[in-house]
Design a protein around this ligand. Structure first.
Ligand SMILES: [Zn+2]
Ligand SMILES: [Zn+2]
Length: 158
Protein backbone atom coordinates (compact mmCIF):
# COMPACT_ATOMS: atom_id res chain seq x y z
CA UNK A 1 0.00 0.00 0.00
CA UNK A 2 1.04 3.57 -0.63
CA UNK A 3 0.73 6.47 1.76
CA UNK A 4 0.41 10.09 0.78
CA UNK A 5 2.78 11.92 3.08
CA UNK A 6 0.64 15.08 3.13
CA UNK A 7 -2.29 12.96 4.37
CA UNK A 8 -0.50 11.74 7.51
CA UNK A 9 -2.31 13.43 10.39
CA UNK A 10 -0.60 15.29 13.23
CA UNK A 11 -1.16 12.42 15.64
CA UNK A 12 0.31 9.86 13.25
CA UNK A 13 -1.19 7.00 11.34
CA UNK A 14 -1.66 3.40 12.46
CA UNK A 15 -1.20 0.95 9.64
CA UNK A 16 -2.39 -2.57 10.37
CA UNK A 17 -2.65 -4.27 7.04
CA UNK A 18 -1.98 -7.41 5.07
CA UNK A 19 -0.25 -7.11 1.77
CA UNK A 20 1.59 -9.28 -0.77
CA UNK A 21 5.15 -8.65 -1.83
CA UNK A 22 7.51 -10.54 -4.12
CA UNK A 23 10.57 -12.04 -2.43
CA UNK A 24 12.98 -14.03 -4.61
CA UNK A 25 10.23 -14.72 -7.11
CA UNK A 26 7.74 -15.85 -4.45
CA UNK A 27 4.58 -13.92 -3.68
CA UNK A 28 4.50 -13.86 0.10
CA UNK A 29 1.83 -12.50 2.44
CA UNK A 30 3.10 -9.80 4.77
CA UNK A 31 1.56 -8.44 7.96
CA UNK A 32 2.18 -4.77 8.56
CA UNK A 33 1.78 -3.43 12.07
CA UNK A 34 3.21 0.04 11.84
CA UNK A 35 2.94 3.52 13.23
CA UNK A 36 3.69 6.24 10.70
CA UNK A 37 4.55 9.70 12.01
CA UNK A 38 5.52 12.90 10.29
CA UNK A 39 8.10 15.31 11.64
CA UNK A 40 8.45 18.22 9.28
CA UNK A 41 9.26 16.61 5.95
CA UNK A 42 10.61 13.43 7.56
CA UNK A 43 8.46 10.33 7.89
CA UNK A 44 9.08 7.93 10.76
CA UNK A 45 8.00 4.31 10.39
CA UNK A 46 8.03 2.14 13.49
CA UNK A 47 6.58 -1.23 14.32
CA UNK A 48 6.77 -4.75 12.99
CA UNK A 49 6.84 -6.33 9.54
CA UNK A 50 6.12 -10.05 9.64
CA UNK A 51 5.95 -12.80 7.06
CA UNK A 52 6.31 -16.52 6.48
CA UNK A 53 8.45 -17.66 3.56
CA UNK A 54 8.68 -21.13 2.06
CA UNK A 55 12.27 -22.30 2.37
CA UNK A 56 14.18 -25.55 1.99
CA UNK A 57 16.13 -26.82 4.99
CA UNK A 58 19.89 -26.84 4.31
CA UNK A 59 20.30 -30.09 6.27
CA UNK A 60 17.33 -32.33 5.49
CA UNK A 61 16.03 -30.65 2.29
CA UNK A 62 12.49 -30.52 3.65
CA UNK A 63 10.33 -27.53 2.74
CA UNK A 64 9.18 -25.52 5.67
CA UNK A 65 7.72 -22.13 6.48
CA UNK A 66 10.29 -19.73 7.88
CA UNK A 67 8.70 -17.09 10.08
CA UNK A 68 10.42 -13.72 9.78
CA UNK A 69 9.56 -10.80 12.02
CA UNK A 70 11.39 -7.54 11.50
CA UNK A 71 11.08 -4.83 14.13
CA UNK A 72 11.58 -1.58 12.26
CA UNK A 73 12.46 1.97 13.14
CA UNK A 74 13.03 3.84 9.92
CA UNK A 75 13.26 7.41 8.74
CA UNK A 76 12.24 8.53 5.26
CA UNK A 77 13.15 11.88 3.76
CA UNK A 78 11.95 13.53 0.59
CA UNK A 79 14.33 12.58 -2.22
CA UNK A 80 13.73 15.93 -3.89
CA UNK A 81 15.27 17.90 -1.05
CA UNK A 82 18.66 16.29 -1.43
CA UNK A 83 19.65 17.37 -4.92
CA UNK A 84 20.85 20.83 -3.91
CA UNK A 85 22.56 19.91 -0.65
CA UNK A 86 26.28 19.79 -0.19
CA UNK A 87 26.63 16.77 2.05
CA UNK A 88 26.66 13.29 0.61
CA UNK A 89 24.86 10.43 2.25
CA UNK A 90 27.21 8.09 4.04
CA UNK A 91 26.87 4.34 3.84
CA UNK A 92 26.18 4.24 7.56
CA UNK A 93 22.82 5.90 7.10
CA UNK A 94 21.20 2.61 6.21
CA UNK A 95 18.07 3.25 8.22
CA UNK A 96 17.32 6.38 6.26
CA UNK A 97 15.38 6.00 3.07
CA UNK A 98 13.68 8.32 0.66
CA UNK A 99 10.20 8.92 -0.57
CA UNK A 100 9.31 10.65 -3.81
CA UNK A 101 6.56 13.01 -4.80
CA UNK A 102 4.70 12.92 -1.49
CA UNK A 103 4.32 9.15 -1.62
CA UNK A 104 5.75 6.42 0.60
CA UNK A 105 5.29 2.88 -0.69
CA UNK A 106 4.95 0.59 2.34
CA UNK A 107 5.04 -2.54 0.17
CA UNK A 108 8.50 -1.52 -1.05
CA UNK A 109 9.53 -0.81 2.54
CA UNK A 110 8.31 -4.25 3.62
CA UNK A 111 10.06 -6.00 0.73
CA UNK A 112 13.35 -4.25 1.43
CA UNK A 113 13.24 -4.98 5.16
CA UNK A 114 12.42 -8.65 4.66
CA UNK A 115 15.21 -9.07 2.10
CA UNK A 116 17.67 -7.47 4.52
CA UNK A 117 16.62 -9.83 7.29
CA UNK A 118 16.45 -13.12 5.41
CA UNK A 119 18.40 -15.79 7.27
CA UNK A 120 21.57 -16.86 5.46
CA UNK A 121 21.21 -20.45 6.62
CA UNK A 122 17.79 -21.98 6.67
CA UNK A 123 17.15 -24.85 9.06
CA UNK A 124 13.74 -26.38 9.67
CA UNK A 125 14.81 -26.63 13.30
CA UNK A 126 17.94 -25.91 15.33
CA UNK A 127 18.11 -29.60 16.17
CA UNK A 128 17.50 -30.89 12.64
CA UNK A 129 19.38 -34.17 12.23
CA UNK A 130 19.72 -33.91 8.46
CA UNK A 131 19.72 -36.80 6.03
CA UNK A 132 21.74 -40.01 6.09
CA UNK A 133 24.68 -39.66 3.66
CA UNK A 134 24.35 -43.34 2.73
CA UNK A 135 20.67 -43.90 1.99
CA UNK A 136 19.27 -40.37 2.03
CA UNK A 137 16.73 -41.11 4.77
CA UNK A 138 15.47 -38.13 6.72
CA UNK A 139 16.91 -38.78 10.18
CA UNK A 140 14.29 -36.55 11.78
CA UNK A 141 11.76 -39.27 10.97
CA UNK A 142 13.74 -41.98 12.70
CA UNK A 143 17.11 -43.64 12.22
CA UNK A 144 17.72 -45.67 9.09
CA UNK A 145 19.11 -49.18 8.89
CA UNK A 146 22.57 -48.25 7.59
CA UNK A 147 25.34 -49.67 9.82
CA UNK A 148 27.05 -46.30 10.10
CA UNK A 149 23.87 -44.32 9.59
CA UNK A 150 23.90 -42.53 12.90
CA UNK A 151 23.69 -38.79 12.64
CA UNK A 152 26.66 -38.30 14.99
CA UNK A 153 29.84 -38.05 12.99
CA UNK A 154 28.33 -39.21 9.72
CA UNK A 155 25.40 -36.93 9.04
CA UNK A 156 25.64 -34.02 6.67
CA UNK A 157 26.02 -30.96 8.79
CA UNK A 158 26.23 -27.53 7.27
ZN1 LIG B 1 15.82 -29.93 8.43
ZN1 LIG C 1 20.97 -44.53 5.96
Amino acid sequence: MKIKVSDIPEEGLSVIDKTMVEINGQDVPVDLDLKVDKQGSEVLVEGNIGTGIDMVCNRCLTEFKQRIDVPVSLVYQPAEGFSGQSHELGMDELDTGFYREDELDLDAVAMEQIMLNMPIKSLCSEICKGICPHCGANLNEGSCSCPAGQSTGHGIRL
